[in-house]
Structure formats: C-alpha cells, structure tokens
Design a protein around this ligand. Structure first.
Ligand code: PGA
Ligand code: ZN
Length: 428
C-alpha cells in the first residue's frame, strides 16, 4: 500500500459565513496524512455553474446539504477509497464519471469540490509540504495582487445598489503585506466618510461597507475620496476594480438599473461603463454585461480591453470550453477562477491552462458564502495565477485568506515575488 492511498473519507455538515449549512470533507491517507476542506457558496451564481446540491424543503430555508454530505459518505467514499490522492486528475475524473451529469447535479458540486480540495490537502500533508508548494514546487513564489472590496452591493446587499463589488487594488505596493496595509487605510477612511455622512450602516455579505448611496456613481466618488483621504494617489498607487455582476439585473439585452430607475440596452450599458472608466481610475471590470450577452462582452472588450481588465465570472464560470469560445469571439481578457463553479481542482486548473494558452489573465476568487477554509490562497500561489479576490477587509472568513497569504509571503522570505502592477500590464 502506498502512503498516498486514500483509507478514510468522511463528509460532515458545517456552517458558512451566512449561517447556512455547507459541506466539509475529510480524507486520510495510508501514511497518516489528513486533509480537510469546506465548500463555499455563491449568491449571484451564473446559470452555467455546476450545481450546488441543496435539500430544498423547510429546514434552513431549503439550504440544507444532507444529500451532498451523504453522497460523500456513500457513493464518493466507495469510489475513491483505495485511490491515490497524489493523482489529483485521476481522482477528479473518477468523481466526474461517478456523478455522470454535465453539471454535477447528481452528487453536487459542493460535495465534489470539498472532496477534491481535501484530497489535495491530504496529499500535501503526506508530502510534508504546504499546499501551495505541493502544487507549484519551487516555482510557487508569486504572491497575488489582491482585489479587496470596500463597498458591497447587488445581491450581497439586498440590491441596495445595482453594482455588486466596489473594490481596490494596490499595484504600486512593494509586496503583498503592504497591499493589505494600504487597503486597511482605505477601508477605514471609507468607513469614516460614511460615518460623517450619517450613512454608516454595518457591512454587506462579504464585509464591505453597506452601500447607502443614491446612485451607483456616488459609490465611485466616495471610493475615490476614501483613497485620497487614506493618503494615496488614486489610479497610480491605488486603483479601482468593479464587479458589475450584470447577470443579476440584465437579461436578453435589457439592463434594469433599479437605483437609477432606468433600463439600458447592451450599447447603453457599454456607454455607461466606458464613461465611468473615463472619469474614475478603474483598472478592472468584472461581468460588465450579462452572461447571455457575448456580443456585448466582445464589444466592450474591443472598446476598453487594451487598458482595462475585462473579467468573466458568470460569463465564463471557470470553464475551459467557454473560455476558448470567448477568446474566439474576442470577449473578455481575464477569467475568474472559482473551484466550486466547476466542482473539481482539475477542471479549475484546466480553465487556468486555457487562459494562459489564449493570453487571458486570471483571478482566483472566493464566494460570497465562505468559511475559514483558505484553500484558494494556496491555489492562487501554487498555480502562480497572480491575482486573488476574497471580498472585503473585515469578517474572519475573509481575513483568514488575507492572513494566510501574509504567512506564505513571510515563509518565502526573499524568494517571494509580488505580482503588483505587472499583472495589469503596468511597469513600476
Ligand atoms: P457570489 O459572488 O459568490 O455570490 O457569486 C462573487 C462574485 O460575483 O464574484
Ligand atoms: Zn462576480
């Protein structure tokens, strides 16, 4: 028996940052290595995502996961006991075949992703290495440029403003730890601006300040003022990243902006966003158009893709095949990588490989429903992706990730390189 043979598989129900049930998997190997991982959950999910299997019914608003947990204990355990955890692709393909559906709806992508990540952790533990090193070897030295939310809107704030994420990036920081230092000051300054305006009302789902604004653009203005108040030069030291999450309010070429009481077509949305890009220091825009608007995506990318990251989240759903289609059409230039959108690490890394092949950048991303699980930080560094999006700078399910990257940067010492502005195509 090899040391990396799986000898124990367990699923359990634990709880996420919204107080909803979620799935944890635990795996032990013959050599004693143990790995554990928890599935996250989205709220503004793309229709092309693999299925998050929920029980429905009355308990916990229908969000219970007893079926997904049972799938780990029964079908998945039976399939993977005796397999080699060091063969991630073999393990993941066995689970994909066992599920047998195109969207993981039988066993649940939440069950699969927890097991897939737990197996990676177990194999790393068995090798006596941190996961990022196990995945990337000696080359795993690139610390990501973080996108950190300051105001949270859209589906994460009861639709209070249309736009979902108002974030900052610190491309001019010297290292990852300094990017956090700067962000902490901007986050604090934004909170004090809200307090002075009498609109400080707690935080949204990912820890960003509650967006008590009259227009979407007012949020942008406040963000620029927060950057300045924190002592930074907007656009130069600290830039803006937005997640429009346009699938939440746009369908079939109609975009209903609730806050501004108007409906725009695809061209109108593009005008609105290019206007913002002209007036505010915006470096990155995610899901500017809806997931069903590939033509709009391509038109927007033609208009601004040379200077701005155009990120596909709901549009690309961490899917290598969709990324190839988008690249053929010239739509987007960056892909968000969310392991639970597909259900396995192997498929997630396939999307990253496709991105590299087609000249796309990538951002490893958390979900709005998160836990103390920090696997994605190791993926971002282990795969040298260069960017990481985790939500805001508050609440421990977010801070756990930022703190893990701080530890890894410290452990790498002089080997550590910070992705900085170079990932955005900027020289220092
Ligand atoms: P979600 O939001 O996890 O609710 O899908 C995150 C995002 O849209 O990037
Ligand atoms: Zn998104």
């Amino acid at each position: 028996m090899s040391d990396t043979e799986i000898v124990y598989v367990h699923g359990r129900r634990v709880w996420d940052s919204r107080g909803r049930p979620t799935v944890e998997a635990e795996i032990m190997l013959a050599g004693g290595g143990v790995g554990r991982a928890i599935a996250p959950a989205g709220a503004s999910t793309g229709t092309g995502e693999a299925v998050d299997l929920r029980d429905g019914g009355a308990a916990f608003g229908g969000y219970d996961v007893t079926r997904a947990v049972q799938a780990i204990r029964d079908d998945i355990a039976e399939e993977i006991l005796g397999r080699d955890a060091a063969d991630q692709a073999g393990l993941d393909h066995a689970m994909i075949a066992l599920d047998g559906t195109a969207n993981k709806s039988r066993l649940g992508a939440n069950a699969l992703v927890a097991v897939s990540m737990a197996a990676a952790h177990a194999a790393a533990a068995e090798a006596g290495k941190p996961l990022y090193r196990h995945l990337g070897g000696e080359d795993a030295t690139l610390l990501p440029l973080p996108q950190i939310q300051i105001f949270g809107g859209g589906a994460h704030a009861g639709g209070r403003v249309d736009i979902q994420d108002f974030m900052v990036m610190c491309p001019a920081a010297e290292n990852f730890a300094q990017a956090l230092d700067w962000t902490a000051e901007v986050y604090r300054a934004a909170g004090s601006l809200m307090a002075e305006a009498g609109t400080l009302q707690g935080v949204a789902d990912e820890g960003g300040w509650w967006p008590a604004f009259g227009t979407n653009e007012q949020a942008l203005e406040t963000l620029v003022r927060a950057i300045e108040r924190a002592g930074f030069r907007p656009g130069e030291q600290v830039g803006i990243a937005l997640d429009i999450a346009a699938s939440q309010f746009g369908k079939a070429g109609n975009y209903k902006l609730g806050l501004e009481e108007r409906t725009l077509d695809s061209a109108g949305m593009i005008d609105l966003l290019t206007g913002w890009i002209a007036r505010y220091p915006i470096d990155s825009i995610e899901d500017p158009l809806a997931e069903d608007d590939a033509e709009g995506f391509a038109a927007f990318t033609r208009a601004v893709g040379g200077r701005v990251q155009v990120v596909g989240d709901d549009f690309l759903v961490t899917d290598a095949a969709r990324l190839h289609q988008a690249a053929d059409a010239g739509a987007a230039n960056t892909v968000l990588l969310k392991p639970n959108q597909r259900g396995t690490l192997t498929e997630t890394v396939a999307a990253w490989d496709a991105a590299k092949q087609r000249g796309y950048s990538a951002i490893v991303s958390a979900r709005s429903g998160e836990t103390e699980d920090v696997t994605i930080v190791h993926l971002a560094i282990g795969w040298s992706v260069g960017q990481l999006k985790v939500g805001s700078f508050a609440r421990s399910e977010r801070m756990a990730k930022w703190n893990e990257a701080v530890r890894i940067e410290e452990a790498l010492g002089p080997m550590a390189r910070f992705a900085g502005g170079a990932v955005l195509g900027r020289s220092k």
